[in-house]
Design a protein around this ligand. Structure first.
Ligand code: PLP
Length: 890
């Protein structure tokens, strides 16, 4: 018989053991080895049986064991040390706390909100599907390590993301085990009087829902970072509404939109409630991790309109100034879009709305047409650029319009995003599109094997303690590195056998039929890892392109290779599941099954064993669709070498010595031909370079050249791929400037926002009359390098003032079609009225390079509160480009 309701009964700990509860309730345990050691010692056998889940450990521990522990002096001393150490971790000043002294320009924001649809914190919290979530988790953990005051917002999915198993014929099966939040290290956010906080989002009548959307808020503590997780599974909601947070990326359309409304709108309200209850300072900066959370900007506009009396445009300026938006994918299917009607329905309805925690505003979205007009919302997500679809509402586009600062997640992805979204800043060349990049990073504590840490702590303590002195890694005795690598590879081999045995049993094999698994993989064979989600661009099956060639590599008598593969296909992606089946079928082959393995249920725990145990980390996406990729970074920190297409982070940091670049045939239109070329290159690299180097041993049995590459990888990539570098970049390039902009907008009762909005309106209205009327130059007919070119222009400013604009010369190298390439800018001076109309500007353009040279002139809006020249997407240029090319320029 099935239970109609399930819940978890908590153990009441004896007083001396109360510290355990505190340790468990801070998810820092998930990456803190000493705390995990302590948990293990509570009951080593049970610890294994509960899958290293400390909440379950305490739930299932026997009263006798608890009683004996509470008298165990040694255990109590260790417990006390651990809790004291946690207190120190939570309160000691860190890098961020030193910022105020180092950088007096801008006071660091006292609080930053970080919104993400998924978080990969620990395997016990399956609230992530892949890289986006893992990155968000690493962001929070690292922020805590560095003292960056982030407050995180997400959803609590009752079924999380699925866990994966295989059918007998290798087809992916999905399970959605129910999560009981009471069985997780979470607490409900409550008012001072003990009532749980409820967030309410008004639903329009006729949306087909039983009433408004209500949610409770779970509070997790991730190191120093509080994390608020909204959960619609409360009794006041009807069943359909309760199911809004049922699973991650589950439904489509309506369901997805409601999830995102809860995340963005509900998330801001949850933060307001949290700050009110705890006295936590209100965030000054809001960071949107991918478009899904974009509605947070609308909620903040609504707050400013209803509570501060700003107009929509004024509120938009105030919100944009303090918002950072990170885009994570150039794959169109990865970008959220909704039919316009759906937005119209949920944001245009006029329902009575009960009091919310933020002051009881009536009607969330324009009740009586008064609050935030749905037309303005629709404009924010409109694809108003060539090739855009006017019937769709695009969350990434809205994210960019609601954020003054936007970034991609590697240099290459930044470039690709500038091309992809350049239409939003029409009139500007791609390099001027205001989308920057911060390359992703990974959290060392989570991903670096303990043995590597210990080796580093002994041999290069400065790296571990201060993050500096990476060059010293090159002096670590290679034999020591090799020993650790062997330990980690062997652990992977044993873990693989255990997992494979479980998988075969689940596929219906008997114990007798799986005896061969005892000999799967070899702890001394070159081990290649390949693990990731399975969207088609990641090309899980590229290695199968020529099965005979692959077989030959695996079975090479002298230099064999073994491959461990893992990955989940999205539940709705039949194509991805077919790819998994192809891999599984190949690796089921009796001739190769000891050398190639597919492990089901790729998650944080499996990822850890893999990135730590593999010698080579393989990645072969279709360039440039992998925005960054992070698994290769985790592998590199553990002393693996990357073998990858030059995409994402690897395009930036491959240096010829830290691994291998698989030549990419990108630009080749025929996908089949491209796969064939790239696969052939992959086989060649493995055979002629990777395996040769790995098996080239000296008299002591060490692969000298290999180990040089490993040490070089750690020494040079270490400081780059760590999330501490990433967080520093976010703080310095985005959070601090965004806080400064936000303060400039809000000071004096939002005077800045009001004046900027009014000025933008004036400029937008006047702009059609702005023109470059006349350009003339004076200079040598055949100038030489170092000469100057006098430029005089007459511009028409219409109703604008010279102080509203910048007039500049744009000059530099030109290509065959006279387009300027990465030009320089010179601001022209003047502005005096000319007889007959217009204003004159002049300047001297330096001819600083030989060869083909060109220049043009343009007028841009200028305002002290505009952070970039392309911000408004407005520019006036001469009717035809005024170029000057002269091959004889010297
Ligand atoms: C690191 C990680 C990812 C992301 O890896 P990519 O290289 O971006 O594909 C996905 N899933 C898990 C479980 C991870 O640990």
């Amino acid at each position: 018989m099935k239970a109609i309701r399930r819940f978890t009964v908590r153990t009441v700990l004896p007083e001396p053991l109360r510290g355990l509860e505190e340790l468990i309730h801070n998810l820092r345990w998930s990456w803190h080895h000493e705390t995990l050691d302590l948990f293990r010692s509570v009951d080593p056998a049970l610890w294994e049986a509960v899958g290293h889940d400390p909440v379950r450990l305490l739930g299932e521990i026997s009263p006798e064991r608890l009683a004996s522990l509470s008298r165990d002096r040694r255990f109590l001393r260790r417990l006390q040390n651990a809790t004291e150490e946690l207190h120190d971790y939570l309160t000691a000043p860190r890098w961020y706390q030193g910022l105020a002294e180092r950088d007096a320009d801008v006071a660091p924001p006292s609080s930053i909100a970080y919104f993400s649809p998924e978080y990969g914190i620990a395997a016990a919290l399956p609230q992530y599907s892949g890289g986006l979530g893992i990155l968000a988790g690493d962001h929070l953990k690292t922020a805590g390590d560095m003292g960056v005051p982030i407050i995180a917002v997400g959803l609590l999915y009752r079924h999380g993301y699925f866990s994966q198993s295989l059918s007998p014929d290798g087809w992916q099966l999905e399970h959605y085990p129910a999560i009981d939040p009471n069985g997780l290290p979470l607490r409900l956010l409550r008012h001072a009087d003990g009532r749980p906080v409820h967030i309410t989002i008004g639903m329009p009548p006729g949306a087909g829902r039983g009433g408004d959307l209500r949610a409770q808020v779970w509070l997790a503590q991730v190191g120093r970072v509080p994390q608020l997780l909204l959960d619609s599974d409360v009794e006041e909601n009807d069943q359909a509404t309760r199911d809004i947070t049922d699973r991650l990326y589950g439904g489509g359309g309506d369901h997805r939109l409601l999830q995102e409304m809860l995340l963005g709108i509900g998330g801001v309200r949850a933060i307001r409630a949290y700050c009110e209850i705890t006295g936590h300072p209100a965030p000054e900066v809001f960071h949107t991790n991918e478009g899904h959370a974009g509605f947070l900007g609308l909620e903040r506009i609504r707050e400013l309109v209803s509570e501060h009396g700003l107009t929509f445009d004024e509120a938009l300026e105030a919100v944009r100034a303090g918002t950072v938006f990170t885009t994570h994918t150039p794959v169109p299917a990865g970008i959220d879009r909704f039919p316009r009607e759906l937005i119209q329905r949920y944001f245009g309805g006029s329902g009575e709305e009960p009091d919310g925690p933020s002051g009881g505003a009536r009607g969330v979205w324009g009740a009586g047409g008064s609050d935030v007009p749905v037309e303005r919302i629709l404009e924010l997500g409109a694809e108003t650029y060539p090739g855009g679809d006017r019937t769709m509402f695009n969350m990434a586009v809205m994210g960019m319009r609601l954020a003054q600062r936007v970034n991609g997640v590697s240099e290459l992805h930044g470039r690709v995003s500038r091309e992809m979204f350049g239409g939003l800043w029409g009139g500007f060349d791609t390099w001027e599109v205001p989308i920057g990049s911060i390359t992703n990073g990974v959290h060392a504590g989570t991903w670096v094997a303990r043995e590597m840490f210990d080796l580093a702590a002994r041999e290069v303590p400065s790296v571990v303690e201060t993050g500096r002195g990476w060059d010293a890694v090159r002096a670590v005795p290679p034999g020591d590195v090799w020993r650790v690598r062997r330990v980690l590879r062997e652990r992977l081999v044993h873990d693989t056998r255990r997992r494979l045995r479980e998988s075969w049993r689940a596929r219906g094999a008997s114990e007798a039929e799986v005896a061969w698994i005892d000999d799967v993989l070899d702890p001394d064979v070159l081990t290649i890892g390949f693990a990731r989600r399975v969207p088609s661009y990641k090309r899980l099956t590229l290695m199968l392109r020529d099965p005979d060639r692959l077989r030959a590599l695996l079975l090479d008598p002298e230099r064999p290779v073994q491959i461990v593969i893992a990955g989940k296909a999205h539940p709705a992606d039949e194509g991805g599941k077919r790819l998994i089946q192809e891999i599984v079928r190949f690796s089921d082959g009796e001739d190769v099954r000891h050398r190639i393995v597919f492990l089901p249920d790729y998650d944080i725990d499996l990822a850890r064993v893999l990135v730590q145990g593999c010698d080579v980390w393989l990645n072969n996406p279709l360039r440039p669709l992998e925005a960054s990729g992070t698994s290769g970074m985790k592998a590199a920190l553990n002393g693996a070498l990357n073998l990858s297409i030059r995409d994402g982070w690897w395009d930036e940091w491959y240096d010829g010595q830290n691994g291998w670049a698989i030549p990419s045939a990108d630009g080749l239109a025929a996908p089949d031909r491209r796969d064939a070329l790239e696969a052939a290159a992959l086989y060649d690299l493995i055979q002629d370079h990777v395996a040769v180097t790995f098996y080239d041993r000296d008299s002591a049995g060490l692969p000298r050249r290999w180990l040089e590459m490993v040490e070089h990888t750690i020494a040079t990539l270490g400081p780059k791929v760590l999330a501490t570098r990433m967080l520093r970049d976010y703080v310095e390039k985005y959070y601090l400037p965004a806080a400064a902009s936000a303060r400039a907008m809000s000071a004096g009762g939002y005077e800045g926002a009001r004046s900027l909005a009014a000025w933008k309106q004036k400029v937008a209205k006047a702009w059609p009359a702005v023109a470059v009327e006349h350009v003339e130059t004076a200079g040598d007919e055949s100038p030489h390098v170092g000469a100057r070119l006098s430029v005089r222009v007459v511009v028409e400013l219409g109703d604008l003032d010279p102080s509203d604009v910048t007039v500049e010369a744009v000059y530099g190298r030109v290509d065959e079609s006279d387009s300027l390439i990465e030009p320089s800018y010179l601001e022209l001076t003047g502005g005096e009225p000319v007889d007959g109309g217009g204003r004159r500007y002049v300047g001297e353009v330096p001819l600083d390079r030989s060869g083909a040279f060109g220049y043009s002139v343009r007028v841009l809006p200028r305002h002290p509160l505009l952070p970039g020249r392309a911000e408004m997407g407005l520019v006036a240029v001469p009717p035809a480009p005024v170029g000057m090319t002269n091959g004889d320029l010297r």
